[in-house]
Design a protein around this ligand. Sequence first.
Ligand code: CP3
Length: 351
Amino acid sequence: MTATNDRFLRALRREPVDATPVWLMRQAGRYLPEYRATRAKAGSFMGLATNPELACEVTLQPLERFDLDAAILFSDILTIPDAMGLGLTFAEGEGPRFARPVRTAADIARLAVPDMGAELRYVTDAVSLIRRELGGRVPLIGFSGSPWTLACYMVEGGGSDNFSKVKSLAFSEPALMHQLLEVVTDSVIAYLSAQRAAGAQALMVFDTWGGVLAPHHYREFSLRYLTRIAQEFARGDGAERTPLILFGKGNAPYLEELAASGAEGVGVDWLVSLDEARRRIGGKVALQGNLDPVTLYASPDAIRAEVKRTLESYGPHPGHVFNLGHGLSPDMNPEHVKVLVNAVHDFSRAR
Ligand code: CP3
């Protein structure tokens, strides 16, 4: 079934649109009081994410408030390592923690691709339920972390300031690091395929930490695996093809390579201008982004001015999916989010 509002999918295919589509990374989250209420009911973040009915409820919440052009599955990138047995918890105010991080050759040898029909069944059940509840209103995006970004959390055991553990593993034992990245890449491909089979209409890979690597290391430890994923999804499904978006913080130096990967779209942060990005990718892929999320703390007039500037920087559609350069934060004002979403449609329709 195609979505009634298919602006987002059309923009990814670089087809004409009546207005620029917009959705926002972390559009379902703590800045919405209704999200906080559902999360309280679930007891914990993982309690929420592993309950398909509640995950469906919070996926739809931002769509009730704002005129968004896509829904994104409510889940997390860390579901894969959790399903691999690392023991994920989210301590209040502290971010993710793994009880059993991956540190040694033996730890890596023990890892296997999780069974999508068992440990990760809650994710595909949520996708099917959300598709049903959306009733074709807007397309549904499924997602995964990138192999490098997942490996960062798996080796560090949580967030990190300097990524010393994962980088020293990569630099001193590259063969072991590649063994880890291979099993994670196989898992990402299986995970995205399962979400696609359950009804996800577009797929996105979050490479949040690729930008912390030097260029030669980025190409070896991140880009190589992003390309393998893009190639996998580029193969063979023709008109039925489910578009893939590769997002990366700090990926501006590699736009040409990302555009050649086989993905339909590249998501960029706010450190590159969309006119430069568009010129460099030479119309080969769609671009998603890239308003500085901190703009949402500014006045409504300032938000509208920055939205207008971002649209003008991309230039005439098609091929632009409006988004932030990174996710929304818990202390952002939902009224400002509404100003942003409406401004994207108003200004781009008038162009
Ligand atoms: O965008 C959406 O609305 C869909 C849901 C989504 C979440 N996480 C929900 C979530 C998505 C797409 C993610 C991706 C994710 N998770 C990334 C990549 C994108 C990015 O932000 O760079 C990363 C690095 C993670 C890992 C992660 N999950 C961290 C570091 C944290 C803690 C951060 C914090 O703000 O506390 C999470 C938890 C998390 N995932 C929350 C949400 C709404 C907040 C947890 C809560 O409700 O208590």
